[in-house]
Design a protein around this ligand. Structure first.
Ligand code: ZN
Length: 245
């Protein structure tokens, strides 16, 4: 077996291991980042809902204040009319004022009954807001904890990724540039997998049969053989347990 080629193949296999690890880590990191975003948007949606409820509470509170204010104004008018009543001279004036007092009393009754409705509404909304605030706090706590957990996981993975990228660079330097180009090209064609083992006369990359003559060539290791189906660079692992498989 050609020793330089044997070394090249070993380097390619090692490079492939690192590349696969890099792809795996990148995909894991991407996935957890997506989880983090999903958690944040869940909390956001809840916050939006809570803000709407708070807005509703403010509105009903304003309605209560307005009604209370108006009742006071009408009440003042009734008191004033009653005072004037005692001083009127003519029956006509008296009748007009009396009608005014009656109108205002009816207005006051209507306003008071409306105000009671507003109070009921306010109580219901207030209860909803309080419950919602409680739930929000719990959810926030839960989501912050989950995000922290995700961050922790990502920190380890990011460190591993940095190490793998460093190893990839080092290994790449040992390889002949033309071999590296070939590796990159085949890798792009096969979702990041450029090297595949031959086992039982099959390519472990695409699982297609490799012609027997080609298998022998791969075992001999005198030249780099590509899988006729997927173009992955093929290598053979000796079944001898000492060979490292
Ligand atoms: Zn193949």
């Amino acid at each position: 077996m050609n020793q330089t080629l044997k070394q090249d193949i070993e380097t390619l296999v090692r490079l492939q291991e690192i590349e696969s690890e890099i792809l795996r880590l990148q995909s894991v990191i991407q996935k957890v980042e997506k989880e983090k975003i999903a958690l944040a948007s869940r909390l956001n949606a809840f916050k939006t809902d809570l803000d709407t409820r708070r807005q509703e509470l403010e509105e009903i509170q304003q309605k209560c204040t307005d009604a209370e204010q108006e009742i006071k104004t009408v009440d003042d008018r009734i008191i004033k009319s009653n005072e004037t009543l005692r001083m009127v001279k003519t029956n006509k004036e008296y009748q007009v004022l009396l009608r005014e007092v009656d109108d205002n009393k009816r207005r006051k009754d209507a306003l008071e009954s409306q105000l009671l409705d507003f109070y009921d509404q306010r109580e219901a909304i207030e209860t909803g807001v309080k419950e919602s605030e409680q739930q929000f706090l719990q959810l926030e706590q839960h989501i912050r904890a989950e995000q922290a957990e995700i961050d922790k996981k990502t920190v380890d993975d990011r460190e591993l990724l940095a190490q793998s990228l460093e190893q990839q660079k080092k290994i790449g330097q040992d390889l002949d540039p033309s071999l590296m180009t070939r590796f990159r090209k085949v890798s792009r064609m096969n979702q990041g997998q450029a090297v595949a083992q031959v086992r039982n006369e099959s390519c472990m990359g695409c699982f297609m049969n490799v012609p027997p003559q080609l298998c022998i060539e791969v075992q001999r290791g005198n030249q780099l053989i590509s899988c006729p189906q997927c173009s992955r660079i093929l290598y053979h692992v000796n079944d001898d347990p000492m060979s490292g498989e």
